[in-house]
Design a protein around this ligand. Structure first.
Ligand SMILES: [Zn+2]
Length: 66
């Protein structure tokens, strides 16, 4: 997945918001939310540098072939 941290002049009205940390907000594109059953954001900190790991869970639909 692509991560874009530049949000100026960008319409994020339809985006799903996932609060991750006190000062971090994760925005998910509507098309991404459609097929995602769940989102998990893990925050780890090492030597003062925070690292974010986003995990998307697959949601089964009738279009699934498995
Ligand atoms: Zn499936």
């Amino acid at each position: 997945m692509s991560v874009d941290t530049y949000l100026k002049q960008k319409n994020t009205a339809g985006y799903a918001r996932v609060a991750a940390d006190d000062d971090v907000l994760l925005l998910l594109a509507p098309t991404l939310v459609q097929w995602a059953g769940g989102v998990r954001l893990d925050v780890t900190s090492f030597l003062g540098i925070r690292r974010f790991t986003v995990t998307l869970e697959h949601r089964h639909t009738e279009a699934c072939a498995h």
